[in-house]
Design a protein around this ligand. Structure first.
Ligand SMILES: *[C@@H]1O[C@H](CO)[C@@H](O)[C@H](O)[C@H]1NC(C)=O
Ligand SMILES: *[C@@H]1O[C@H](CO)[C@@H](O)[C@H](O)[C@H]1NC(C)=O
Ligand SMILES: *[C@@H]1O[C@H](CO)[C@@H](O)[C@H](O)[C@H]1NC(C)=O
Ligand SMILES: *[C@@H]1O[C@H](CO)[C@@H](O)[C@H](O)[C@H]1NC(C)=O
Ligand SMILES: *[C@@H]1O[C@H](CO)[C@@H](O)[C@H](O)[C@H]1NC(C)=O
Ligand SMILES: *[C@@H]1O[C@H](CO)[C@@H](O)[C@H](O)[C@H]1NC(C)=O
Ligand SMILES: *[C@@H]1O[C@H](CO)[C@@H](O)[C@H](O)[C@H]1NC(C)=O
Ligand SMILES: *[C@@H]1O[C@H](CO)[C@@H](O)[C@H](O)[C@H]1NC(C)=O
Ligand SMILES: *[C@@H]1O[C@H](CO)[C@@H](O)[C@H](O)[C@H]1NC(C)=O
Length: 769
C-alpha cells in the first residue's frame, strides 16, 4: 500500500463523500466555437439547451455553473440524470458527463544537474547545458501555464528582477482575490486566475481557513511544480536543516508563468491526503489559458479513473490546446507499479513517468546488536544515542486495531505508556507517512522507524514532525526479528546527510504508473520519464512541509515525490525547445524529446525499476529525457489536429469535431504518426506507416537499425532515407510479423534512424493475438 501518493488517497476520499452525491454537476460538451457568434449569443445558446430540459428560464439560469465561451463550446450545470440523458441525445452535443465521480487529483536543484550529468556523461556537461539555455534565451519568450493549486508569488524563485517586459502576445489577467491582487503579478508571473464554481457546487462554499479564494497557494503543490518549470536561479536553497542545499533553479528560468488554480482542499480531510480538482473547473481554465496565449501547459493532475476522451476534461481541453500548437505535458499517475495504471493517455498529450535522481538522504538505523540498516529521511533532528525500541504492534491501545491495521501507527492507536521515550517501528499502509510520525509524537515517542510503503530501493523522504527515518520494506522483518528476540531492544537513528552521485540512478520510482495503455493499447504510454523522486522546489509559506494541521513550520523550499514533479521537468524542456524552434508543432516537440531520450543509468547499464528489473517502455516510454539532444533531434515525427481526429475514428469518437467526417477506411491506431510504436494483439503480420520530417541538416542520409521484440520480426522499408533539404518529409513502412511471441504478453524492441550524428530512436511494444 502506498501512502505518500496523493492520487492514491483520493480512493479513500471518494468512498467517504457519497453524502454529496445528490448535487450533480454535468459537463455538456459541444465542441469548439466557430468564431461567428458573439459572447451573448453563445450564452443564449447554452441557456436554450438548458431551457429545453428545465421548466423555466429562472431554473435554467440558476442551474448554469460555467458557460465555456472562448474556445471550448459547452457548459456545466446542475442536472438530474434524466435531464442529462435528454441533453446527450441532442445532435450537436458530443458528450454529457459528470465530473465529480471522476475527480482529478494532484499528484533545484540537483535534478537538473543530474539530468545534464546523465546526458553528457563527461565533465563538460555544464557548458553544453549552458549553451542550450543560452540558445533558448532561457525561455524568455515562452509562456507556460500551470493548472494546479495556485502559487506563492513572494517566493524568491518567482522574482522578476531583470526580466524584460511581458510578451505583447499575452492576453491573460491577474485575478483579484483573498491575499492576491494585481501587485502579485509581474514580469515573471504574468497571469493568475482561479476556478472553484464546480468545486463549490459539489462541496459548498470554500472554507476560508483551508484555502485562499484566489490564485494564492495554501497547499504547496502548485508552488512546487511552478518553480520546477520556471523558477529563477536561487543560491543556497534547501529544506529544513539544510538538506539538499544548493542552487535551486527551474528548467527554463526565464519563462513567463501563468497560474490557473483549479485544485482545492477536500473538506474535512487532512490536507496531506491530497486535494481535488474538478473537470468543469479545469475546462474553464483550459478555455482561458488557450485564449490567454500560453505556449506550454504543465498539468500535474491525473484523472481518478480512465474514462473515454469525450468524458475526460484534461483530454478534451488538451485537444483544443494542441490544435493551436500548445504543448501539453501531464503526469502519468502515482498508482504504479501495477500494470495498466497509466493515466492521461490521450495521444496528443506528453505523458510523463517518474524516476529517481542521484541523491539520497542517508539516515541509517543502528540496532543494539550493532547491525546497521540503511534508512533515508529529511527530518532535521538528531537522535544518535540508543533508545528503547518498540514495535508499534506491541504498544497499541487494545481494541484500537485489527489484523490489518496493527503495527501501522494509525491515529489514536499507540498507548503512550508503552511508547514514551522510545523509538517506534511503524509498518507502512493506511495513512500517509507523516501522519504516522504525528501519531508517534502524540504518544510521546522520541522517534520512529518507518517501513517504506513501496518495495525496492526508492524511498520518498519526508520532513516528519518527530525524528524518523524510512527503511527499505524488505528490512522491516530484520528489525521485527531483532525486537522479538531481545529482552531490551534498543536502536539509534543516525542524523541524515545528503549523499550525491548515488548509484544506480535513475531507476523508475515504484509509484510511477505504467502501461499498457488501458484505453488504446496501440499507443505506448507513458511517453517519457523525468526526475520525480525527492525533488526540491519552492513551497507555499501558507502551508507546512508535512501539511499536517499541527505542523506550524514554514519553509521556502520542500522536497516532494510524484509524477507531479516529473511533469514540470518535461514541460520546462518543451518550453526550451519551443523557444529554439518556435514554429514546431506540439507533436514535433514531443517527438524531439522522445526520440532523443536515453535508456541507460549512471552506471552505463539499462535503467531498472525499483526492484532492479530492467525497465520497459511501459515504465518510461522512450526513456529518460536528455535536454541538449532534444534541441537537435535530426528527424521528427509530426502530427496535426486532423491526424488526431482520424485516430479518434478508431474509438468511435467521430463527433468531437462536427465538421470532420471519418472516412470509410481510416488508418488503424498504430498508424498515428507517433514517435513510438505499439501493436496490441497482433494476428500474423501488420504493416504501419510513419513519416519523418528532416529538421537536422539540409542534406543527409539516414539508415535504419532494428532490434525486434523477441518472438517477432520487424522490417523497415526503405532502409535508407535521403534528404536534400530541411523540412523535407519521407515516409517508410514498418512490417511486424509474429513468429513465436507469447500470446497476450508484450515484447519490446526498438528501431533507430542514424545519419552519423543524430540518433532518432523509437521504442516498439507488441503483443500477440
Ligand atoms: C571540455 O571542453 C574543453 C574545451 O571546450 C576541452 O578542451 C576538453 O577536452 C573537454 N573535456 C572533456 C572531458 O570532454
Ligand atoms: C495588493 O496587495 C498588496 C500586498 O498584500 C497590498 O500592499 C496592496 O495594498 C494591495 N493593493 C490593492 C489595490 O488592494
Ligand atoms: C473550516 O476549517 C477549519 C480548519 O480546518 C475547521 O476548524 C472549521 O470547522 C471549518 N469550518 C467549517 C464551517 O467547516
Ligand atoms: C550560501 O551559504 C554559505 C554558507 O552556508 C555562505 O557562505 C554563502 O555566502 C551563501 N551564499 C549566498 C549567495 O547567499
Ligand atoms: C487474525 O490473525 C490471527 C493470527 O494471525 C488469526 O488467528 C485470526 O483468525 C485473524 N483474524 C481475522 C479476523 O482475520
Ligand atoms: C482485512 O483486509 C482484507 C483484505 O483487504 C479484508 O477482506 C478484511 O475484511 C479485513 N479485515 C478486517 C478485520 O478489517
Ligand atoms: C533489502 O534491500 C536492500 C536494497 O536492495 C538491500 O541492500 C538489503 O540487503 C536488503 N535487505 C535484506 C534483508 O534482504
Ligand atoms: C495534417 O497532416 C496531414 C498529413 O498527416 C496532411 O495531409 C494535412 O494536410 C495536414 N493538415 C493540416 C490542416 O495541416
Ligand atoms: C487471425 O487471422 C486469421 C486469418 O486472417 C483468422 O482466421 C483468425 O480468426 C484471426 N485470429 C484472431 C485471434 O483474430
Amino acid at each position: 500500500m502506498k501512502n505518500h501518493s496523493i492520487v492514491f488517497w483520493l480512493l479513500l476520499i471518494l468512498h467517504l463523500s457519497s453524502s454529496f452525491a445528490q448535487r450533480q454537476v454535468y459537463v455538456v460538451y459541444v465542441g469548439e466555437h466557430s468564431g461567428e457568434k458573439t459572447l451573448h449569443e453563445i450564452e443564449e445558446s447554452h441557456h436554450s439547451y438548458l431551457l429545453s430540459v428545465k421548466n423555466s428560464k429562472e431554473e435554467a439560469r440558476a442551474s448554469l455553473i460555467y458557460s465555456y465561451k472562448k474556445i471550448i463550446n459547452g457548459f456545466s450545470a446542475l442536472l438530474t440524470p434524466d435531464e442529462a440523458a435528454k441533453l446527450s441525445e441532442m445532435d450537436e452535443v458530443v458528450s454529457v458527463f459528470q465530473s465529480h465521480p471522476r475527480r482529478y487529483s494532484l499528484q533545484t536543484t540537483r535534478s537538473w544537474d543530474f539530468v545534464n550529468l546523465l546526458e553528457g556523461g563527461d565533465l563538460n556537461h555544464t557548458n553544453r547545458e549552458k549553451e542550450l539555455l543560452h540558445k533558448a534565451n532561457y525561455g524568455k519568450d515562452v509562456i507556460v501555464g500551470l493548472l494546479d493549486s495556485g502559487v506563492w508569488p513572494e517566493s524568491e524563485s518567482f522574482s522578476d528582477e531583470g526580466m524584460e517586459p511581458v510578451p505583447e502576445s499575452w492576453k491573460g489577467v491577474c485575478q483579484n482575490g483573498v491575499a492576491f491582487n494585481q501587485s502579485h503579478c509581474d514580469r515573471k508571473i504574468i497571469g493568475a486566475r482561479y476556478y472553484l464554481k464546480g468545486y463549490e457546487a459539489y462541496y459548498g462554499t470554500l472554507n476560508n481557513t483551508e484555502d485562499y479564494r484566489s490564485p494564492r497557494d495554501k497547499d504547496g503543490h502548485g508552488t512546487h511544480t511552478t518553480s520546477t518549470v520556471g523558477g529563477r536561479i536561487v543560491p543556497n536553497a534547501s529544506v529544513l536543516g539544510g538538506f539538499a542545499k544548493g542552487t535551486a533553479s527551474g528548467g527554463a528560468p526565464l519563462v513567463r508563468l501563468a497560474i490557473y488554480k483549479v485544485c482545492w482542499p477536500v473538506p474535512g480531510q487532512p490536507k496531506v491526503q491530497g486535494n481535488t480538482c474538478f473537470g468543469e473547473d479545469m475546462l474553464a481554465a483550459f478555455d482561458d489559458a488557450i485564449a490567454d496565449g500560453v505556449h506550454v501547459l504543465s498539468i500535474s493532475i491525473v484523472p481518478f479513473d480512465l474514462s473515454p476522451y469525450t468524458e475526460d476534461a484534461i483530454a478534451l481541453g488538451s485537444l483544443h490546446a494542441v490544435k493551436r500548437n500548445i504543448v501539453v505535458a501531464c503526469s502519468a499517475g502515482n498508482t504504479g507499479p501495477a500494470p495498466s495504471t497509466v493515466g492521461n493517455v490521450a495521444p496528443w498529450i506528453i505523458t510523463v513517468g517518474a524516476s529517481s535522481i542521484d541523491r539520497i538522504f542517508s539516515s541509517p538505523v543502528v540496532l543494539g546488536n550493532g547491525m546497521k540498516i540503511e534508512g533515508q529521511t529529511i527530518t532535521p533532528y538528531k537522535l544518535n544515542k540508543m533508545y528503547s525500541l518498540v514495535y508499534a504492534g506491541d504498544a497499541e491501545v487494545s481494541g484500537s486495531t485489527n489484523n490489518n491495521t496493527t503495527g501501522r501507527c494509525l491515529p489514536g492507536t499507540l498507548a503512550p505508556e508503552q511508547v514514551k521515550g522510545k523509538i517506534v517501528l511503524c509498518l507502512s499502509g493506511y495513512k500517509a507517512n507523516v501522519e504516522k510520525g504525528s501519531e508517534v509524537k502524540r504518544a510521546g515517542g522520541v522517534g520512529f522507524i518507518l517501513e517504506n510503503p513501496e518495495n525496492g530501493i526508492g524511498i520518498s523522504v519526508d520532513a516528519h514532525v518527530v525524528p524518523g527515518t524510512a527503511i527499505f520494506s524488505n528490512d522491516s522483518a530484520t528489525i521485527l526479528n531483532y525486537i522479538s528476540t531481545n529482552k531490551n531492544p534498543v536502536a539509534a537513528i543516525i542524523p541524515a546527510r545528503t549523499v550525491l552521485n548515488s548509484k544506480p540512478a535513475p531507476f523508475m520510482a515504484a509509484f510511477s504508473s505504467t502501461g499498457p495503455n488501458g484505453l488504446e493499447p496501440n499507443i505506448i504510454k507513458p511517453d517519457i520519464t523525468g526526475p520525480g523522486l525527492n525533488i526540491l522546489a519552492a513551497w507555499s509559506e501558507g502551508s507546512s512541509p508535512t501539511m499536517l494541521p499541527e505542523d506550524h513550520r514554514v519553509v521556502k523550499y520542500n522536497i516532494l515525490s510524484g509524477t507531479s514533479m516529473s511533469c514540470p521537468h518535461v514541460a520546462a524542456l518543451a518550453a526550451l525547445v519551443k523557444s529554439i524552434h518556435p514554429d514546431w508543432s506540439s507533436a514535433a516537440i514531443r517527438s524531439a524529446l522522445m526520440t532523443t531520450a536515453g535508456q541507460n543509468n549512471n552506471m552505463g547499464l539499462p535503467i531498472t525499476d525499483a526492484l532492479g528489473n530492467p525497465a520497459t517502455p511501459f515504465h518510461y516510454g522512450a526513456g529518460h529525457f536528455q535536454p541538449v539532444k532534444a534541441a537537435n533531434p535530426g528527424l521528427v515525427y509530426d502530427a496535426n489536429y486532423t491526424d488526431y481526429l482520424l485516430f479518434l475514428c478508431n474509438s468511435g469518437v467521430n463527433k468531437l469535431n462536427p465538421s470532420f467526417k471519418c472516412p470509410k477506411h481510416f488508418p488503424s491506431p498504430s498508424n498515428l504518426n507517433y514517435p513510438s510504436l505499439a501493436i496490441a494483439r497482433l494476428n500474423g503480420t501488420m504493416t504501419v506507416k510513419r513519416t519523418v520530417t528532416n529538421v537536422g541538416s539540409s542534406k543527409s542520409v539516414y539508415t535504419s537499425t532494428i532490434k525486434p521484440p523477441v518472438g517477432y520480426s520487424v522490417e523497415i522499408s526503405p532502409t535508407v532515407l535521403h534528404f536534400s533539404h530541411l523540412g523535407e518529409k519521407k515516409s517508410f513502412t514498418i512490417t511486424v510479423k509474429a513468429e513465436s511471441g507469447i500470446k497476450g504478453e508484450y515484447a519490446f524492441g526498438w528501431y533507430i534512424w542514424r545519419d552519423g550524428f543524430h540518433v532518432v530512436r523509437s521504442p516498439i511494444a507488441v503483443s500477440s493475438a
